[in-house]
Write a protein of this length. Structure first.
Length: 347
């Protein structure tokens, strides 16, 4: 089968690799119908996070079960399924508490020794605890299938950030970051009842999507100018909550600077850069809460799935470029150069 591998910074290739097969009784093999490139994949692409030459890459996919091991009880060949970006056994105490990303037997697609999501098929460990079944009819609806793919990561991650930011009906929320996760954070805040949503971003094509998703205001400034703009929009108080979806020192400093006293920052941007931007003294003095981390999207999928199926929310606009397997290297280049927001892959 063909799959995407990374050999070095800016060296993404699509190569023939061994076929995905059932190796443990609890495994399933999923033939991929939709995958995509994540903003966090770019850190490996740019050389900012280490990868072994030839390592698989990609962690978002949905598809059809081709084979299920003898220990799999909930799925059979032919089932349409979506996979969260971390597999988990579904039986440990962390899984029972909803923190599936801390499952001791869990792991990330594309880690050493595992299949990546950007391929023709994926071996799924602990299929019963990991996969979520989708309606079979969705396979014939291209837009819906694309929207459902967002459940594998960005939609649930945006939801996790909104929960961390303490979003509730009537609240005012700011979103730092205009990538796919930030935009899904806007959607999540709207879904949870935020009355005012301030999107921070400088790219009009992206902020236009933010407005479609529920943003009431857009702030294009950065740094101190962004802080001043948000204060002006909020009578000098700041916002009840902030969704931080970038992961840099600057973005975290902005998030803490624009949240009001007693507010919360929900952070899901993968940390990278020289520091954290967290001023503990200021957070202590102002009673600011900081919550977030790796989103346990497997826990959120059952809650979010019905709203995607009935069209209450539609995250499909975050996918603005579609490629086949041969186009994956170019898709990375497009996202790295910010000429694409999020690249959809149709193997």
């Amino acid at each position: 089968m063909r799959a995407t591998v990374i050999h070095a910074p800016h060296d993404i290739r699509v190569e023939e690799v061994p076929d995905a097969t059932v190796q443990q009784p609890t495994d399933a093999v999923v033939r991929v119908l939709r995958a995509c490139i994540c903003g966090s994949d770019l850190w490996a692409y740019r050389g900012e996070s280490a990868r072994r030459p030839g390592q698989r890459i990609g962690h978002e996919f949905l598809g059809v079960v081709e084979e299920a091991g003898p220990g799999v009880n909930g799925f059979a060949a032919g089932d349409l399924v979506v996979a969260p970006f971390v597999w988990s056994d579904g039986t440990c105490t962390y899984c029972a508490e909803g923190l599936t990303t801390s499952c001791p037997q869990g792991g990330f697609w594309g880690s050493v020794g595992s299949d990546g999501g950007q391929g023709e098929a994926v071996r799924v460990p602990f299929a019963d605890g990991t996969l979520v079944r989708l309606p079979a009819a969705a396979a014939s609806d291209d837009r819906l299938l694309t929207a459902l793919l967002a459940l594998s990561d960005v939609l649930g991650t945006g939801h996790h950030a909104a929960l961390g930011a303490g979003v509730k009906p009537g609240s005012t929320v700011a979103v730092v970051g205009d990538g796919a996760v930030g935009l899904c954070g806007v959607m999540a805040a709207k879904r949870l009842g935020a009355e005012r949503i301030i999107a921070l971003g400088r790219h009009q094509a992206r902020t236009d999507i933010a407005r479609v998703f529920g943003a009431t205001d857009v702030v294009a400034e950065r740094g101190e100018a962004a802080l001043a703009a948000v204060r002006e929009l909020t009578r000098g108080e700041g916002t009840h909550g902030v969704i931080e979806a970038v992961g840099t020192e600057e973005s975290m400093r902005t998030a803490i600077g624009i949240v009001r006293d007693g507010g919360s920052v929900g952070y899901v941007g993968v940390p990278h850069g020289s520091g954290t931007g967290v001023d503990l003294d200021a957070m202590f003095d102002r009673n600011i809460a900081l919550r977030g981390g790796v989103a346990p999207v497997r826990t959120y999928i059952p809650e979010l799935l019905p709203d995607v199926l009935d069209g209450t929310i539609d995250p499909s606009p975050v996918f603005d470029l579609s490629v086949g397997m041969d186009g994956v290297p170019g898709g990375y280049k497009a996202m790295d150069e910010r000429t694409a927001l999020k690249v959809l892959i149709k193997p």
